[in-house]
Design a protein around this ligand. Structure first.
Ligand code: TRP
Length: 338
């Protein structure tokens, strides 16, 4: 089957992927990889916006994220996985797009604002403020239609749509106006029960965690704070462990809630069941991970062929872009002789 429509999505390589990433976006991508011609970008240049002072860490993380994708079930036969910095057409497109965006628009971007706060930036670099422009180039260099992402990315997709409309109006219809696709599953809460699962908050279960680590982390997860003894009636609605049962143990979820309310199941037992479910959920990923870990050459090949395809698509797009923008001197050498 020839897949007509394209997806572009991806991540900054800033460490290991966790269950929150899986539920929030990886699952969507894996489901859609059969239907769409899918491109996944490992956005190492974008990661420089906050990690420009740690190049060796970034390099490790590119490999880590690739391995996480493959372990999670992204099929390299179906999907083009590539590294942003290796596709120069994206950088070229970023420069052209930068003429179509005002500084004011970027300064109003709510995700930029909250990230600047999070990193305590008193002043922003040009690259940080401008990364939504380069993200627009990430999305459109392969003329993508759909962008499956988490909710925090919506302002960037909106910015991309504005740029694309402006480009198409000014120069001619080169790009489809891309749509965002947000996961229907609510964001997964962290083990602390306070905020979303996140590496920086140290409340995550990683796709790469082994059975023991999963068991230990779940044992420490926050439950109904008012439940002290095993036979106290509990309230699953305020229990983080129950939140995970809903996602990873849907068959038993209702029964467990009932037993918790009646005080007939203790937290230790309830956590044990959950750890088992999460471990069997992660088992096929562990298998795929060790398959690829034993074959570093294969990972290299996957990335090299991904980059090659991305460059080809990028060059096709940039040929059109240069033509409609009339900066096609290389193609129109007569102009230089005139
Ligand atoms: N900004 C995204 C994040 O922080 C990563 C990213 C870079 C991305 N380029 C993209 C996501 C293009 C979707 C499409 O997670």
């Amino acid at each position: 089957m020839l897949k007509q429509k394209r997806i572009l999505t991806g991540d900054r390589p800033t460490g290991k992927l966790h269950l929150g990433h899986y539920v929030g976006s990886l699952e969507n991508r894996i489901r859609l990889q059969d239907e769409y011609d899918t491109f996944i970008i490992i956005a190492d240049v974008q990661a420089l916006t906050t990690n420009f002072d740690q190049p060796e860490k970034l390099k490790r993380d590119v490999r880590q994220v690739t391995l996480d994708y493959l372990a999670a079930g992204i099929d390299p036969e179906k999907v083009t996985i590539f590294v942003q910095s290796l596709v120069p057409q994206i950088a070229e497109l970023t420069i052209f797009y930068s003429m179509l965006v005002t500084v004011n628009q970027l300064e109003k971007n709510p995700t930029i604002k909250s990230e600047a706060e999070q990193y305590d930036y008193q002043e922003m670099t040009y690259g940080f403020l401008g990364y939504p422009v380069s993200q627009a180039a990430d999305i459109t260099f392969c003329r993508a239609h759909l962008v499956p992402v988490g909710e925090d990315q919506l302002p960037h997709i909106e910015q991309t749509r504005r740029i694309v409309r402006k480009f198409n109006n000014l120069y001619g219809e080169v790009f489809p106006v891309p749509e965002a696709k947000i996961s229907e599953v609510p964001r997964l809460v962290g083990l602390d029960g306070k905020s979303k699962m996140s590496k920086s908050l140290n409340n995550a279960i990683y796709l790469a965690d082994d059975e023991e680590a999963v068991g230990q982390k779940i044992n420490k997860a926050v439950t109904d704070p008012r439940r002290i003894r095993k036979d106290d009636p509990g309230n699953p609605e305020v229990c983080t462990v129950y939140d995970y049962h809903k996602v990873f143990n849907p068959e038993e979820e209702a029964e467990i809630a009932e037993q918790c309310r009646q005080g007939t199941i203790g937290c230790v037992e309830c956590k044990g069941i959950l750890a088992e479910r999460i471990n069997s959920f992660l088992a096929p990923m562990r298998e795929r991970r060790s398959y690829y870990q034993e074959r570093p050459e294969l990972i290299k090949e996957i990335l090299i062929s991904g980059v090659e395809r991305a460059r080809q698509e990028g060059e096709e797009t940039l040929d059109r872009v240069r033509e409609v923008m009339q900066i096609d001197y290389a193609a129109d050498q007569d102009f230089l002789a005139r």
